[in-house]
Ligand binder design. Structure first.
Ligand SMILES: Nc1ncnc2c1ncn2[C@@H]1O[C@H](COP(=O)(O)OP(=O)(O)OP(=O)(O)O)[C@@H](O)[C@H]1O
Ligand SMILES: [Mg+2]
Length: 93
C-alpha cells in the first residue's frame, strides 16, 4: 500500500527488469500483445489486469519506466501505479 488519499488508494508495483521499451508502451494493455516467443506468452496478462481495474473496480492503471537506487545499487524497471476508489459499504441490517 503506497498511500491513502481522500477517496482513493494508490498501489505502486515496480521491478528492476530494465523497463518496457518506449515503442511498445502504448500497446502493452492490448489483448494478445506479447513480445514473448510463440507458445510462451498469451499477451492477456495486462489486458485482463487493465479490464479488472478499470471496468470492474472503476480504478486506473498506468505504467512508466523508472530508475532507482536500492541498497547502493542503481536499477531500471517498470513501475505500475494502480488507483482504486475507496468505497464505503453500508449495511442496513
Ligand atoms: N514488467 C515488465 N517489464 C518489461 N516488459 C513488460 C513488463 N510487463 C509487461 N511487459 C511487456 O508487455 C507485454 C505484454 O504483457 P502481458 O503481461 O499482457 O503479456 P505476456 O507477459 O507477454 O504474456 P502473459 O499474459 O501470458 O503473461 C509483454 O510481452 C512484455 O513485452
Ligand atoms: Mg505477463
Amino acid at each position: 500500500m503506497k498511500e491513502i488519499e481522500k477517496d482513493s488508494i494508490i498501489i505502486e508495483i515496480k521491478d528492476n527488469a530494465g523497463g518496457i521499451p518506449e515503442e511498445i508502451l502504448p500497446r502493452i494493455f492490448e489483448p494478445y500483445f506479447t513480445t514473448k516467443d510463440e507458445g510462451r506468452g498469451t499477451g492477456l496478462g495486462l489486458y485482463i489486469t487493465h479490464t479488472i481495474i478499470t471496468k470492474h473496480l472503476k480504478g486506473k492503471i498506468k505504467v512508466e519506466n523508472e530508475s532507482f537506487e536500492y541498497e547502493g545499487t542503481k536499477y531500471v524497471g517498470a513501475k505500475f501505479s494502480i488507483t482504486l476508489p475507496l468505497i464505503l459499504s453500508v449495511n442496513d441490517n
